[in-house]
Design a protein around this ligand. Structure first.
Ligand code: FE2
Length: 198
């Protein structure tokens, strides 16, 4: 009988409670957590860099604490992929549970629902795993847009380029491509909004 073996996940030591909002600690954590799949680590880091790049111009009117929430969510948005490498649950929810347990309750909902996690959960009949209220819609839109414009190797790309890569990897008729297309109008709206702020 085939037995599904869940890999033992060894995560780096999480930052101490006093440094739990310290981006530099989490940068090291993410790099180590994705040591076996460095592209994922780069993707996370560059999604954060994309968001941080808006700090002094497009998002200069944001409260520093709100900006800090967005930046940490950007860096940690895919951490569920390191915790659940077999992708047994929507990775946003896995990451959100981890962050909730660490007391990062403002980051968790953004991570839980990034880039259409609810659609992924619905497709798999796993909606019951969603325990998070939707967070700040502006921050969610910005996180999702940043995620959509950094490819799986950590390069900044346009929405069109990201879609091309997705089609090449998963196929035009794949669920991932369908989800990308469903969320594309939101991403285009966010892109246009950012352009008005620059
Ligand atoms: Fe991502």
């Amino acid at each position: 009988m085939a037995v599904l073996l869940t890999p033992v996940v060894t995560l780096p030591v999480v930052p101490a409670a006093s440094r739990r909002r310290d981006l530099s600690c989490w940068l090291a954590f993410v790099q180590e957590a994705f040591a076996n799949v460095p592209g994922r680590g780069w993707h996370s880091r560059v999604v954060w860099q994309r968001v941080a790049g808006w700090r002094s111009r497009e998002l200069s009117s944001f409260e520093p604490s709100r900006m800090a929430t967005l930046e940490l969510a950007a860096l940690l948005h895919d951490i569920g992929r390191a915790l659940d490498p077999l992708d047994l649950s929507p990775h946003g929810f896995v990451g959100a549970q981890f962050l909730d347990d660490l007391g990062l309750t403002d980051i968790a909902p953004l991570v839980a629902h990034h880039s259409g996690a609810r659609l992924d959960a619905a497709a798999r009949g796993l909606e019951h795993l969603d325990r998070w209220e939707s967070a700040d819609p502006e921050l969610q839109a910005l996180l999702d847009y940043a995620d959509r414009t950094v490819n799986s190797r950590g390069q900044m790309v346009t929405l069109a380029q990201r879609r091309e890569e997705l089609v090449a990897r998963c196929g035009e008729d794949s669920a991932k491509t369908a989800r990308f297309d469903l969320l594309l109008p939101d991403a285009l709206r966010t892109e246009a909004w950012l352009a008005t702020l620059s």
